[in-house]
Design a protein around this ligand. Structure first.
Ligand SMILES: [Zn+2]
Length: 310
């Protein structure tokens, strides 16, 4: 189950029941000969059965657990694997605050009102509410982890905050290797969405992240999903071009009548999407519309958006 990617870096992959069908977690060899686990998959009803065979394949104990960001498929198993290994959990300071907000102070009514307010039809809104109830039971996050700030080091791995996919997403960098979480992916683009309580312009944040990846130009990025990214700087350029094109597409969809983010998502992503994917599509449309507002290429009108100057 555990694959060695290069000396001192191993990977385990778990199946996911929704969206992308898998998630990768990484083991980094520590200076004392143990392992640092990065990311934890979804929380499980049978953590011992899930993790024991994985841990048994390692030649040394897991000493620390690092969470890149608070999305369910990354933080979800943190308490499970911490309970089994006794290892402390380390999480970005800002990401942990968001984690508490999202999973500890859940406000289902406000969450539902958010999507309805952005034009989602009732059937999808109900689906989102049910899905969010299901999801919360698979998020076994840990209270009061050790908090990480940009510039901190974990056994020679430098912590950076690279925003956009989530507000306080952290990555680890050492000797040209980026343990990337979901900031950069092969084959698919990381979801960039605007959510309740998130920073106001996530796409602008993400453009900064892409600049930073180009500047760092790591040799390889090991990400949360799909294949490793073998030319992260080149991939960052491709993803930037993709969002620039999508911004143009979103701008072209607007006219003199206000459109909701949901309506714009139909134009960007088509009308045939599951509830899960429609939620991502609407959040992604919102992120692009808000960027257009900041660029002066769209105007807010109530909860919708229109082309300026018509
Ligand atoms: Zn993920």
């Amino acid at each position: 189950m555990v694959e060695e990617l290069e000396s001192g870096i191993r990977r385990v992959t778990f199946k996911l029941p929704f969206g992308i069908d898998h998630v990768h977690c990484y083991f980094l060899r520590s200076s004392s000969g143990g392992w640092i686990l990065v990311d934890t998959g979804l929380g499980s009803r049978a953590p011992e059965a899930l993790w024991r065979p994985v841990l048994d394949e390692l030649d040394a104990p897991v000493e620390r657990i690092v969470v890149t960001h608070m999305h369910p498929d990354h933080v979800g198993g943190a308490a499970d694997v911490a309970g089994i290994t006794g290892a402390p959990v380390l999480q970005g300071r800002e990401d942990y605050a968001q984690c508490v907000q999202a999973w500890g102070k859940r406000d289902p009514e406000r969450f539902v009102a958010y999507w309805a307010g952005h034009g989602m039809p009732e059937s999808h809104v109900q689906g989102i509410a049910q899905e969010s109830d299901r999801l919360v039971s698979a998020v076994h996050w840990v209270r009061d982890p050790e908090l990480l700030d940009p510039g901190d080091e974990i056994d020679g791995w430098r912590v950076e905050v690279l925003r956009g996919h989530s507000d306080g997403h952290i990555v680890l960098l050492r000797d040209g290797v980026l343990i990337a979480g979901d900031v950069i992916l092969s084959g698919i683009t990381p979801a960039i969405g605007l959510y309740p309580n998130s920073r106001p312009d996530p796409l602008a944040d993400y453009f900064e992240t892409l600049d930073r990846i180009e500047e760092l130009a790591p040799r390889i990025a090991y990400a949360g999903h799909k294949e490793p990214v073998t030319d992260p700087a080149g991939r960052a350029r491709e993803i930037r071009a993709h969002h620039v094109e999508r911004l143009d597409h979103a701008a072209a969809a607007l006219d003199g009548t206000p459109l909701s983010a949901y309506e714009v998502s139909l134009s960007l992503f088509g009308s045939e999407l599951s509830t899960t994917l429609r939620r991502f599509a609407t959040a992604e449309a919102l992120a692009h519309l808000e960027r257009l507002v900041h660029e002066g290429r769209a105007e807010r009108a109530g909860s919708g958006y229109l082309k300026p100057g018509i």
